[in-house]
Write a protein that binds this ligand. Structure first.
Ligand code: XIL
Length: 740
């Protein structure tokens, strides 16, 4: 065979996306109800063929298999002299499989005479000629190993449609190939070649192959959309005593927030609680029996502590995302109970902390124990393949109260939740959960709240359904808490007109829906029963819905991929603004003299080339503010000598109000309060996160600062600066108070 004939298709787009592992899971939850679709009058044109790859995740195969189900061909030793092992392996999700428990492993021994000596191929994928297709696969290989990923026409031509040569990094990475097919094409093959020096005696893992037709609208034609304005500066500032959470990947998990400053800025500006999207799940915390892995989750806890965030723990007991050893654990009922309780006890104890230091303040103890018909998952009352749970199957319904008792014993202070999907609209399921809670309460089993996951679609369920379902839980006596734990709002409803980009109209519909949900929650759930609202991810691109239940483009969250806030965030903020009464701050001892400029400029000074003038036309409070102008460097601004103000090991609330001088400007600078300290060295400490200011409004810079410098200071300057070199702004009400 001659593999060197390449066909020049004119346009071959190669896209190689380097993404780390996000994990995904196909068996939860059941999709939300879908709005009815009215059949079109004229028959739709014949749909192009989808480019399906069967068994793309190798989950249908058994370990050691070399002839996987589907059109797969493993060729470990073509061209006589090549030798290698290519077979299906089993591993824990996220380790040597990207998703599920199976993947293909390639171990290269000797290279053949040709680069295609060692090959994995999926043959004869049906496609519609003349259309653009995208294929993707997740790969992991030791750093420096590599592979060539091809889309070709079938034998004997092997025409080149797309080639990506990828060097692997040691992490799971997604390889994406885009292929423009010719009118005459009806089949393509996807092939990967491994005969390379750097691969000798190394393992490469491959998982989750998929292919689909790209929409006819090329990316360049997406118009530059003007979305409605977002002026909200901080969700959490609008609701100081209300949990506003977000789920994040962290630690060694792909896309970890720890390495993403833009994501951290968003979190610190808007949220006061975090959920671990994956790294506190059983498979992650106890990958091997008796061996607990806390490195990643501890990193998350420390980050939360440093930024005054709490954590909602997710999750002790779930049928999904449990390690293979747990899934196939052998033992009688008593042994299963011991194993389950041990996991809960160990994990809860690890994260338990006392008093103010307590960061993990609540837990999903059990997740998704019920089916849609209100029966236990694993009771097999349905034909649903998801009707399986090792917990119910090995322990019976008793696993539920036992879990909550173990959790309470290990962490007496944490709020214990039962968490599930579709509770927000499925009455059978919600009633079953409420019955369980009533039962617990009658029998003295601890439970503090119900978590509504709320993976929902735009306008489905409707608001009255949401209200009624929240109300049912509010009405439980004794009272328990109500928490929305995993909110995301899918925009590409199946059956609706698929979006190729988020239009301004749809974005506003999403804004309205978020507004309605938050408003309904706040109107329905009394303050003492509010567990809070958590969004399942920060930027749209990171949402699990991009891959679940199949690859798609989605816009479910509050932030665009460029880290700017979506109209949906404004919807959330508007509801908070309307419904949460922010109590007047308790009287506190102000440490800064004349921070409100009512006594004139006093000891305030210009910093750098800026000039400062007292202004009596603008004030956040009182009559005066200061106008800062003429800045030429980011660090220029207004400053005050604060030598001796801060005491070691004490914590302070620091705040200032700022407003842009030009109400018509389109510049949105980031502004912050900084402390310059001279002691053994010069340090510049950020006292408030950089806060973006839009024209028109007074905006608060606010932060908590713990003074950890113990050496004698020779100078200390508190100042307001901006990352925008020349921004002019007013400053008012600069304040520093001691946190008692
Ligand atoms: C999802 C995560 O978002 C994905 O990254 C992971 O691959 C699968 O799990 N219900 C839950 C969450 O309780 O834990 C799930 O999170 C989404 C459904």
């Amino acid at each position: 065979m001659n593999k060197s004939i390449f066909r020049n298709t004119g346009l071959v787009t190669l896209v190689s996306l380097l993404m780390a592992c996000g994990g995904d899971n196909k068996d939860t939850p059941v999709p939300e109800p879908i709005p009815e679709v009215v059949a079109p009058d004229t028959p739709a044109p014949e749909a192009p063929i989808a480019a399906e790859i069967a068994n793309g995740g190798f989950e249908e195969d058994t370990t050691g298999q070399t002839t996987p189900v589907g059109n797969w061909v493993f060729r470990p030793d073509q061209e006589s002299s090549a030798t290698s092992t290519i077979e299906i392996i089993e591993s824990q999700e996220g380790v040597n499989t990207y998703k599920g428990t199976k993947a293909a492993e390639v171990i290269v021994n000797t290279l053949g005479d040709n680069p295609w000596g060692i090959e994995i191929a999926y043959e004869d994928i049906p496609i519609t000629g003349g259309k653009n297709y995208e294929f993707s696969v997740w790969a992991k290989g030791e750093e420096g190993t590599s592979a060539d990923f091809w889309i070709q026409t079938p034998a004997p031509d092997y025409g080149q449609l797309s080639l990506v040569k990828e060097t692997l990094t040691g992490e799971w990475q997604k390889i994406t190939l885009t292929a423009a097919t010719a009118e005459a094409d009806s089949l393509v093959r996807l092939a990967i070649h491994f005969s390379k020096e750097e691969n000798i005696n190394k393992s490469i893992y491959l998982d989750e192959f998929s292919g689909f037709i790209l929409d006819d609208v090329p990316a360049e034609e997406i118009p530059d959309v003007q979305y409605s304005e977002v002026t909200a500066q901080s969700l959490k500032a609008l609701a100081p005593n209300f949990n506003i959470g977000v789920a994040v990947p962290a630690g060694g998990f792909g896309n970890s927030i720890i390495d993403r400053p833009e994501i951290k800025t968003i979190i610190e500006q808007h949220f006061n609680q975090l959920s671990a999207e994956n790294i506190m799940k059983p498979t992650y915390l106890q990958p091997t029996q008796g061996e607990f892995f806390y490195d990643d989750s501890d990193e998350l806890v420390n980050y939360a502590k440093d930024n005054s965030l709490t954590i909602h723990g997710h999750v002790f007991v779930w049928h999904s995302q449990i390690a293979p050893w747990m899934q196939s654990f052998q033992g009688d009922k008593a042994a299963w109970i011991t194993m389950m309780e041990n996991h809960i006890t160990q994990v809860a104890t690890h994260f338990e902390e006392e008093g103010d230091n307590d960061t993990v303040v609540s837990w999903d103890v059990v997740n998704e124990a019920f089916m849609e018909n209100g029966k236990y998952r694993g009771e097999k009352t349905t034909n649903d393949s998801a009707d399986e749970s090792v917990w119910f199957e090995n322990i019976g319904a008793e696993f539920l109260p036992l879990s909550y008792k173990a959790a309470r014993a290990a962490d007496p202070d944490a709020d214990l939740y039962y968490n599930d999907y579709n509770l927000i609209w499925n009455a059978d399921k919600l009633d079953a959960v409420i019955n369980m809670v009533n039962d617990f309460q009658t029998n003295g089993v601890p439970i503090d709240g119900i978590g509504f996951q709320s993976h929902i679609s735009l306008n489905s369920p409707d608001i009255s359904t949401i209200q009624a379902h929240l109300q049912k839980v509010v009405d439980i006596r004794p009272k328990i808490k109500v928490k929305i734990t995993e909110l995301d709002v899918r925009m590409n409803n199946e059956g609706g007109i698929p979006l190729t980009y988020l239009t301004s109209e749809r974005a506003d519909e999403q804004k309205q829906y978020y507004y309605d949900i938050v408003k309904t929650y706040l109107e329905t759930v009394p303050e003492d029963q509010r567990g809070g609202i958590t969004i399942w991810g920060v930027i749209d691109e990171d949402s699990w819905l991009q891959n679940w239940p199949e690859p798609t483009t989605e816009w479910p969250l509050l932030f665009f991929n460029d880290f700017t806030a979506k109209p949906a965030l404004q919807g959330f903020a508007n509801a908070l603004k309307e419904l949460i009464e922010v109590a007047e701050p308790a009287p506190s001892s102000e440490l800064l003299i004349n921070g409100d400029f009512e006594a004139g400029l006093d000891s305030w000074q210009a910093r750098g080339s800026a000039s400062i003038t007292l202004d009596t036309t603008q004030a956040h409070s009182g009559n005066n503010s200061v106008l800062v102008q003429g800045r030429t460097e980011t660090w220029n601004g207004i400053q005050k000598d604060v030598k001796g103000l801060f005491t070691a090991d004490k914590t302070y609330n620091v705040s200032a109000w700022v407003k842009l001088s030009d109400d018509s400007t389109t510049v949105s600078p980031g502004i912050k309060l900084t402390l310059q300290i001279e002691h053994t060295s010069t340090e510049y400490l950020e006292l408030t996160p950089i806060t973006t200011i839009n024209a028109g409004d007074w905006v608060q810079l606010s932060g908590t600062y713990t003074h950890s410098i113990t050496t004698q200071e020779s100078a200390a300057l508190l100042y307001v600066e901006s990352n925008e070199l020349t921004a002019d702004f007013y400053v008012d009400d600069v304040s520093v108070t001691l946190v008692e």
